[in-house]
Design a protein around this ligand. Structure first.
Ligand code: NI
Length: 202
């Protein structure tokens, strides 16, 4: 089970003036605030992260310079939007053919406590052979999520908890800079249309 935050709900929240006026720590900002930042690119989106991949290897974003990055945050027990969007993301890379070699698809878990390297390894291969699964310490994940203005919150306790999270696919340029995002439910074909010009002009 995975409660996703839909654009419509967030837009409604924004129009109702729910954007908190109080200064929050980045980690505690509301979903509406973060949506607002993302929609209008009010702040820098993306940046350095230090995480561990599904083989236990340390990865930083700097290693992907020269490639476009598709970055998605979610968690492997999510049964709803995460698998759907990751499937479309994987298909987009596939449909780009050889150009797709210059795109690095990345899945970053928001549930590092349960998403071990082993679990990430089993998960990512079902979406694309080159999909990189990243996790690590809760602090490292928090830092990465914060850099991408991702909202996430654990709901419930014990072993059955789920995670509310924003679900955007971030498109990052070959210089590591943010280009834009694909909202939940974007089809692979649409992603291809938007990504291809960046690859052809490189
Ligand atoms: Ni999800």
């Amino acid at each position: 089970m995975c409660a996703h935050l839909r654009l419509a709900g967030l837009a409604l929240a924004l129009s109702m003036g729910m954007t908190a006026a109080v200064a929050h720590q980045p980690a505690q900002r509301s979903a509406a605030e973060l949506m607002d930042v993302l929609m209008w690119s009010r702040e820098t989106i993306g940046g350095p992260f230090k995480l561990l991949d599904q083989h236990g290897k340390r990865r930083t974003e700097a290693a992907f310079r020269g490639k476009l990055m598709l970055v998605y945050f979610g968690f492997t027990s999510c049964s709803d939007v995460c698998p759907t969007d990751l499937l479309q993301m994987g298909q987009a890379v596939e449909q780009l053919g050889r150009l797709g070699d210059d795109v690095q698809p990345i899945f970053i878990t928001l549930d590092p406590a349960r998403d071990t390297a082993k679990r990430l390894a089993a998960y990512v291969t079902s979406f694309h052979p080159r999909l990189l699964g990243l996790g690590g310490s809760a602090a490292a994940v928090r830092q990465a999520a914060s850099a991408y203005r991702v909202y996430y919150k654990q709901v419930g306790t014990g072993t059955d908890y789920t995670i509310d999270h924003s679900a955007f696919i971030y498109l990052m340029g070959s210089d590591g800079k943010y280009l834009g995002f694909f909202p939940p439910g974007t089809h692979a074909e649409r992603m291809v249309e938007i990504i291809r010009p960046y690859l052809v002009s490189q």
